[in-house]
Design a protein around this ligand. Sequence first.
Ligand SMILES: [Fe+2]
Ligand SMILES: [Fe+2]
Length: 272
Amino acid sequence: MPDYLTACIGAYTILTTADPIVKAKAARHLRADWVEYADIGTLPEPPPKQPARPAKPRLVAPNEVARRGLGTEKGRGALLHAIAHIELNAIDLAADMIARFWDDPLLAPEDRHDFISDWSSVCDDEARHFILLQDRLEQLGMTYGDCLAHNGLWNAAMDTCENFQARLAIAPLVLEARGLDVTPGMITKLTQARDMQSVEILEVIYNEEIGHVKIGAKWFQYVAQKLDESPQTLFHNLVRQHYKGRIKPPFNVQARTLAGLCEEYYVPLVKL
Ligand SMILES: [Fe+2]
Ligand SMILES: [Fe+2]
């Protein structure tokens, strides 16, 4: 056995690691190994439907997660905790994209390398985002696990476990694209609260998330082409079938367009 991890086993290791910092380090390790060895490998079994997570935060119903104003350190900490939880989910989602779909029949064998390159780089970014937020939480006297959290993001993505094109539609193009809509408002509020250290972190995340949506749009368009369908029509059908939440404005049209997601994708899905 070589002393490096293959991409599939690396992704599996991320998903089955509970400690958030060790998970984030495994994500960075996966990317570094991929860049050096580009060895895909195989998995003996499908990845788990629920990734390993630490004992804290306790997962509760979404409406039980408290929202606080950003005027206090505690309130800002609660917001950063919520974003850290999203980033931890995002590490697992990128790992799951590799472990679950690298050999999907819609993905031509000659394109697997490009696919794993893209998602291992997303996985690495998400790990950096998580670590930045965890460090900031510590500066505020907190740590990841101190607040309640919910499993809505993971559950929404797992509704697409059996369906590569639906996963590409929902995880990057619905859920991550939503992040582009809401992050500028958070940056404005944190700027008003003069928390420039947190602003800097959110700006890094925001800019890199545009790249993640772009990678999602690229692979979604790839599968639409393989299926010989219009990407927009395919997207509408998949979202209606696999997403229980609402697609709601206001949209960050500029960032979405920059990521390759034109209005024809999402505006027809808004329910009046
Ligand atoms: Fe992220
Ligand atoms: Fe992301």
